[in-house]
Design a protein around this ligand. Structure first.
Ligand SMILES: [Ca+2]
Ligand SMILES: [Ca+2]
Ligand SMILES: [Ca+2]
Length: 128
């Protein structure tokens, strides 16, 4: 995942690379990532990870408005920068992900789609 997001392959993830990586989820092109855009994409191949995807979305959504904006993504970026040098290295990225994964892995063990999740919303999005 890191090598995919580190577009210039310098072993560091920049804020632009982070934001770009997220905007692949912006299927309706409104410059925000709605909860359904993220979760529908994640469950299109793996319906069993619906709850996990929701929990991870909440990690990203710092202001809790069920949409990801630049400010949320920048906050997430800084949360990955464990040693505070304003750069996210591969190890920081990996460590951050392991923490997020551990916090929410129980959702993967009890996988079913979150009650808030409306499956019909996915049909309107071309996430395939
Ligand atoms: Ca959008
Ligand atoms: Ca938000
Ligand atoms: Ca750092």
């Amino acid at each position: 995942m890191f090598t995919q997001e580190d577009r210039n392959h310098d072993g560091l993830l920049s804020t632009n690379e982070t934001i770009e990586a997220f905007f692949k989820f912006d299927f309706n092109g409104d410059s925000r990532i709605q909860r359904n855009e993220y979760t529908c994409f994640q469950i299109s191949d793996h319906p069993e990870i619906g709850n996990f995807a929701n929990a991870v979305f909440d990690e990203y959504d710092h202001n809790n408005d069920s949409m990801l904006e630049d400010s949320d993504l920048l906050h997430f970026y800084h949360s990955m920068d464990i040693n505070g040098d304003s750069l996210v290295e591969k190890q920081e990225f990996v460590d951050s992900w392991i923490k997020i994964f551990k916090r929410h892995e129980h959702y993967l063990l009890h996988g079913h789609v979150h009650p808030e999740h409306n499956p019909h919303a996915c049909e309107q999005l071309d996430v395939g």
